[in-house]
Design a protein around this ligand. Structure first.
Ligand SMILES: *Cc1c(COP(=O)(O)O)cnc(C)c1O
Length: 339
């Protein structure tokens, strides 16, 4: 592709050649279909529009130094979308169809996969929506699964850097026994007011507390949280956070490096004891935190003054990115090569 500055892409939408679709009707999933249209045509009473029957996923394909295309842990995304489907009563898509759709859409849009040197990647967005018409509050009888892709730039354009986050107790992204553990659009709608307020205050994200007691750390709007203390990787266990595949992978890598992993409720007071703190998710892998400002208590927890990430964050980041791009051995079998 000419005229594309691959290193300068943002995290935004760029039109690609094809998307892949699959419909659920009469109790079963149909064949995968390839479309070159960006438009979906649905009934105005579709449940995704009225009652929030919508779940999505996010994963990436990477071009290696060897020219091969690698997709990271797509089986986990497939299983998580099934869990989201159960959570809001949508039809579950079999893992094999999910993986086949991802392979197909990546292959068909191969010319949009950024070159290795750019540090960019191809973002893959699977989406599942209730398309059947209902006016009463009931699950739809028809569903549409769509996967589209769009090239995205490196998250850290000026190098791996820290950013600040804030705590605001007046906002929750999910309820204590609500939909926090599944990847549904409703959680994102619920986080927009707080997210906007945080950005206007100069913060990269909101760090949410547990919605029931506001005593424990939950996660950031679109990313999990972890702290490093000495030789320990500490990440919250909670009934209202989304199980991040990046976090799951970092936990494994941390153990491989000889760190102790603690996954348990993390009281807010513990923030003052961490040497490093970070957000983690597919978009950035790791977004290290410079400081956490508790805006209600007028308190700050500072981890970095010059914008430099801590040494453990840096090692974890390099290792996981290395596996994704094929520079590091894939000892856990996380990567699928798209032929
Ligand atoms: C998607 C998401 C994450 C990150 O998950 P990954 O699988 O690592 O990309 C974290 N928190 C929330 C709320 C999310 O929706």
């Amino acid at each position: 592709m000419e005229n594309v500055n691959w290193s300068d892409l943002s995290f935004g939408y760029m039109k690609t050649d094809y998307n892949v679709r699959c419909c659920y009707r009469n109790g079963k999933w149909g064949e995968l279909e390839v479309s070159s249209s960006e438009i979906i045509n649905i009934h105005m009473a579709a449940t995704c529009l009225h009652y929030g029957q919508e779940a999505f996923e996010g994963l990436k394909a990477f071009r290696g130094k060897d020219g091969k295309i690698r997709v990271f842990r797509m089986d986990e995304n497939a299983k998580r979308m099934q869990s989201s489907s159960r959570g809001i009563m949508m039809a579950e898509l079999p893992v094999e169809i999910f993986e086949e759709a991802v392979r197909k859409v990546v292959k068909l849009n191969e010319r949009f996969i950024p070159p290795y040197e750019s540090g960019s990647s191809l973002y893959i967005r699977p989406l599942l929506i209730g398309t059947g018409a209902q006016v009463g509050v009931k699950p739809a009888d028809e569903y549409l699964f769509v996967v589209f892709v769009t090239p995205v730039g490196p998250y850290f354009k000026g190098g791996f850097k820290t950013s600040p986050v804030c705590i605001m107790r007046n906002y929750d992204r999910a309820a204590p026994h609500g939909t926090g553990t599944i990847k549904v659009g409703g959680n994102y709608a619920a986080s927009m007011v707080a997210g906007d307020k945080a950005r206007k205050g100069g913060y990269a994200a909101v760090l949410y507390l547990d919605p029931k007691e506001k005593k424990y750390i939950d996660e950031c709007g679109p990313a999990n949280f972890f702290g490093i203390r000495g030789n320990s990787y500490i990440t919250p266990a909670s009934l209202s956070i989304l199980p991040s595949i990046t976090n799951m992978s970092l936990i494994q890598i941390a153990q491989d490096m000889g760190l102790t992993v603690e996954r348990r409720p993390v009281p807010i007071e513990e923030l003052s004891t961490f040497d490093e703190a970070a957000e983690c998710g597919t978009a950035a892998v790791i977004a290290p935190i410079s400081q956490i400002d508790d805006l209600d208590e007028n308190k700050s927890y500072v981890y970095s003054k010059e914008g430099n990430p801590g040494p453990i964050c840096e090692r974890l980041y390099n290792k996981l990115r290395g596996i994704q791009y094929g520079d590091e051995p894939d000892v856990h079998g996380w990567v699928r090569i798209i032929e």
